[in-house]
Design a protein around this ligand. Sequence first.
Ligand code: B12
Ligand code: SF4
Length: 441
Amino acid sequence: MKRLLLVTPLASKSLMGAGFWFRVPCLALLKIAALTPGDWQVTIIDEKVELLDLNQDVDLVGISALTTTVQRGYEIADHFRRRGIRVVMGGMHVSCLPDEALQHCDSVVIGEAEVLWPALLQDFQENALKPVYRHGDELPSIGHLPAPDWELYRPKNYLPIHMVETTRGCPLDCEFCAVTSAFGGRYRNRSPEEVVTELRGLRPFTGLLTLKNCVFFVDDNIISNRAYARDFFARIAGLKLNWFGQSSMNIANDSEILKLCEKSGCTGIFIGFETLSTETLSSIGRKPNRPENYLEVVKKLHEHGIGIDGSFVFGFDTDDEGVFDRTVEFCLKAKLEVVYFSILTPYPGTRLYRRLVEEDRILTRDWSIYDANHVVYRPKTFTPDQLLDGYQRALKEVYSYPAIFQRLWGTPAWKNFFWPMNVGFRQGVNKLCRQKKTSLP
Ligand code: B12
Ligand code: SF4
């Protein structure tokens, strides 16, 4: 039996890196394991939760890499290749920069693995591995695929949460985001029946303090297709889930969807507010956001018992020095249950990356700090250190105990797992802010 090792490398400098309490499993590798024929023995190692033995005996290594984890991914790949073991890499970063990746691995899978993986394994068995595997312009269907086997992750020290995908793609193509170029500008749905079958097959996590039947839908916009969303939420209403997802903020304009979310166990929604400035929003191309409605959006979700993980980005060309205070003030006033602040980061494959390259504003290609917690480009209205200082100050303020209390107290979501989540984030923030105080390595 051939042995396949699948690896998620560690992002050691990121807020969500080593030691971070918010240990979320990687869905991609479970999907790839599910696509692997039964005559392979598959092991998955996620450096976030376990040690990788670089000297183990395997026949093939597959590494999944985001930009912030890719440097560590290359180190791992180099190591195995020095031992004569073939290495394949996939994921968002290497799909955008395959030539860079090929300096460290034997093959790169550009884009989605589903249709390519079985053929790649066949080529490997025939000793005919190609350097590049890519699908045609027509993006593959995401339906009728084998379900991930979550038992592979059972013994690992992850948060007790299952990740499930119902759609892929996003038409909005925001300047700083890689999703449209990676997954296409058209939403592709799995059939609701298929997703419900997958959900029914998940073995619940046990434990006294465990939030029961917790599922994170990884879709970039869970309500992208309203008719689909209505049908889907109605179908999962009887499953007693506590689910989390990501949505555009026009979810708040649709009272039927909000009711269905509540009925189906929606516990939290991640919303990309991005900025409080209309001028900035139009510069990045984010259409559904209207800052004058933000408070109302939050209120409507709260009325349905849904907590909000609100995301904001600092460092846009239109930002001024007051942006940090204004944003913290908004988060407290709106009572956002979780706050995620990022520093603008030009990920390869985005329009932002191309523009900043043209403007000669990229300061470093040390991918390990492309984690949205460091400054890697020359901002227009700050020095890099001013941006980093303002960002860290805002994070510390919003995760101070009085601010956590002010945000959570009195919201309908106060009683569930948002309290420990905030304490976890607070620890991560303190650790991040203790790192070196300059913006560049
Ligand atoms: C869930 C999620 C998370 C989770 C889990 C992350 C994880 N490792 O799975 C959490 C909350 C922890 C997270 C954190 C971060 N995330 Co995140 N996240 C996502 C999200 C919404 C879904 C990921 C997912 O499961 N997709 C579905 C799977 C099936 O797709 P996939 O992973 O791309 O895998 C497919 C292919 O890429 C390929 N493939 C992938 N790996 C491999 C490996 C091999 C061997 C092969 C052959 C193929 C292959 O095949 C897969 C199946 O088709 C994506 C957006 C998106 N739509 O993908 C952002 C996204 C991946 N995150 C992103 C970022 C920036 C981050 C953070 C740096 C911080 C931040 N700003 O929030 C941290 C970094 C965390 C870390 N240390 O790794 C960016 C990555 C951009 C980039 N170029 O790296 C994305 C694309 C969001 C965006 N809008 O730009 N994230
Ligand atoms: S940031 Fe969100 S809305 Fe914008 S392109 Fe990316 S996934 Fe779509």
